[in-house]
Design a binder for this molecule. Structure first.
Ligand code: FAD
Length: 328
């Protein structure tokens, strides 16, 4: 199939998801390296603005599947439509976000196309004989590098936040409308209702995170750290024990079973630095750790470390943040 690199887009009905734009950045690199074409497939209903944004996103071709049956996400229906479109002629590379939707669709697409699936990739690049991906392993304690030389079609899910989508230039892509296959709506599961998830705050978008761990001791301390995050223009995040205790919603959890973040500044208060936590924040630009235990593993990846009781550091930081805000 030309394009040889195909991205399955995610969107909210009016604009492409940032994950999709990052996939376009990854896909552009591979396509340039291999002298291939880059395409994006988008499914939904009445999604004119999404198609227009994708047309100008730096891809060579846009494939739009617009049907009332695709108005609500249903993995069965969506995958049936994608597989039907690709059954005769698969691309060499299919990229999906390592997101709830991407994870749900990728395995079934791979099975339907008889293609291997490489999930949870941190990076993906063209290699001499195929592709090179990096993936976390052992709970994020290690990063494995894999050279993939097999298969004519490979399916990948790629973590968000690994590559900036800025700087992509429009190729004024051609838009092709694909027909919905007759049996695509025969999915065994019917979506009977939809409730929008309410994210208190999207910590993956914050430039600065004040992140708290078990070291803060009590739920009543949270407000002070929330105030600090606000004063510094950032958001509040946490390690898993804080979320397991019900002190913050799971949306605020950083780590292997939480969210992967790459803020400009990550301030870790009373977080020991387990492999599972670091898997979600180790790529932050500047990590500042405050912990009273000089041997806490977080100091191994911190750019700046303060060995102290966090309750002595917090007021001084708060004062500095207020002073800085007042001076602006
Ligand atoms: C499958 C699996 C998935 C997991 N997923 C995640 C995940 O996504 N995210 C995650 O965070 N964890 C995850 N965990 C849990 C993880 O293993 C750790 O238990 C957890 O990260 C520890 O959180 P913590 O650092 O807040 O607590 P602790 O390890 O208890 O560390 C608390 C730290 O606070 C310091 N401290 C205490 N008092 C003070 C003080 N007054 N001043 C300064 N420092 C102080 C201590 O020295 C200590 O280092 C997962 C575990 C498993 C098995």
């Amino acid at each position: 199939m030309e394009p040889q690199v195909l991205i399955i887009a995610e969107h909210d009905g009016s604009a492409p998801d940032p994950t999709t734009l990052e996939l376009i950045a990854w896909g552009s690199q591979i396509a340039a390296e291999k002298s291939w074409k880059l395409g994006v497939m988008v499914l939904g209903h009445a999604m004119g603005t999404v198609v227009e944004a994708l047309r100008n996103s730096g891809v060579d071709a846009v494939y739009a599947l617009d049907d009332p049956a695709l108005a609500t996400f249903n993995a069965g229906t969506h995958v049936a439509a994608i597989a039907a479109a690709l059954s005769k002629d698969s691309p060499r590379v299919i990229l999906l976000g390592h997101s709830y939707l991407g994870i749900e669709m990728a395995s079934t697409i791979a099975v339907k196309l008889g293609a291997p699936l490489w999930s949870n990739c941190k990076t993906i690049k063209a290699g001499a004989d195929g592709f090179v991906v990096t993936r976390p392993m052992c709970g994020g304690a290690y990063v494995s590098t894999l050279e993939i030389t097999s298969a004519t079609c490979n399916v990948f899910t790629v973590q968000r936040g690994g590559l900036s989508a800025q700087g992509l230039t429009s190729k004024n892509a051609q838009v092709s409308t694909l027909a919905m296959p007759a049996d695509a709506d025969a999915a065994k599961i019917k979506v009977v209702g939809e409730t929008k998830a309410t994210f208190a705050e999207d910590i993956t978008q914050a430039d600065l995170l004040v992140s708290v761990g078990r070291g803060i001791g009590q739920q009543s301390q949270l407000d002070a750290f929330r105030d600090l995050a606000k004063a510094l223009g950032g958001s509040l995040s946490a390690s898993r024990p804080i979320v397991d205790s019900g002190w913050l919603p799971v949306d605020n959890q950083v780590g292997l079973s939480g969210r992967t973040v790459r803020p400009k500044v990550y301030l870790a208060f009373g977080i020991s630095g387990s492999a599972q936590h670091m898997a979600g924040m180790r790529d932050s630009k500047v990590i500042i750790a405050i912990n009273q235990d000089a041997n806490a593993p977080i100091f191994q990846i911190a750019h700046y470390g303060i060995v102290a009781d966090l309750f002595q550091i917090l007021p001084a930081l708060m004062d500095a943040a207020k002073e800085s805000a007042a001076a602006k």
